[in-house]
Design a protein around this ligand. Structure first.
Ligand SMILES: [Mg+2]
Length: 264
């Protein structure tokens, strides 16, 4: 195996396809997180998903036997809210294409969520998106509202097959208006940088563990952190892209722990 672990001080994990799939923990995930916590090795969980708040993730993980503090969970929605807080005035109106968890996250950050003359258009996954809302978002963008996308995911795997992801709604608005969004989630580096800020590690000391080359491994490269691909997710089965190559490929988190243990 290649030597990627000398000097590893912290881990970033993707969640779905790495720690669990749906509501089922994947092999080794509970043992690994508990062992890292016991040894004081910091880790954060980073996800493009905008349909659960960090608090909801804490509960979701707890039901599967994984205990993770809320401040170690970075979602694309929470990152979007933090970004807007640094740039818009308090109480500014935001037009949200997104679900209730995203709305709550923006409201908790002090924004009003509504349609009239918004300062920003924010796009996350919205499984009830209407043409009327898409039209209002396009109008706001043409009037100069800021344009922020939680992630550019084209598709989303579900138990019944794939559905159009956040990126599909983003692309519709981009095509209609000629505006380009600022993208918060993977494959960009922002989520990973926020994860590192939370655990206090620098890129060279950090390993990103993901199941998708096109999002997790590309994001790791963009953030300058080391990258481990776990084959327990969907990417391997579906024959996605093979580049950029991760530093290490492991079958599951049991194998990752066998590899990491002597190096920490
Ligand atoms: Mg994944």
């Amino acid at each position: 195996m290649p030597v990627v672990a000398a000097g590893v001080r912290g881990f970033l994990f993707d969640m779905d396809g790495v720690l669990y799939r749906g509501a089922r923990p994947l092999p080794g995930s509970r043992t690994l997180l508990a062992a890292l916590a016991r040894r004081g090795v910091p880790f954060a969980l980073v996800t493009n998903n905008s349909t659960r708040t960090p608090r909801q993730y804490v509960r979701h993980l707890a039901r599967m036997g994984m205990r993770v503090p809320e401040d170690r969970i970075v979602t694309s929605a929470a990152l979007t809210a933090a970004y807007l807080r640094a740039r818009l005035r308090p109480g500014a109106r935001v037009l949200l294409i997104g679900e209730p968890a995203f709305r709550r996250t923006l409201e908790r950050a002090g924004f009003r969520v509504g349609w009239e003359r918004p300062a920003a258009v924010v796009v996350g996954l919205d499984r009830r998106l209407t043409y009327r809302k898409l039209a209002a978002a396009a109008t706001a963008l043409l009037d100069g509202a800021a344009f922020v996308a939680a992630n550019p995911d084209p598709l989303l795997p579900t138990a019944r097959g794939v559905i159009p992801g956040t990126g599909a709604a983003v692309a519709a608005l981009q095509y209609a208006t000629g505006r380009r969004p600022l993208v918060m989630g993977k494959p960009g580096p922002r989520l990973l940088r926020e994860g590192m800020r939370r655990i206090g590690t620098r890129p060279k000391e950090t390993v990103m563990v993901g199941d998708q080359i096109a999002t997790d491994i590309v994001a790791a490269r963009a953030a300058g952190v080391r990258a481990i691909l776990v084959e327990s997710g969907l990417a391997a089965a579906r024959g996605g892209p093979r580049r950029p190559a991760p530093d290490l490929v492991v079958r599951d988190l049991r194998a990752l722990w066998r590899w990491a243990r002597p190096r920490l």
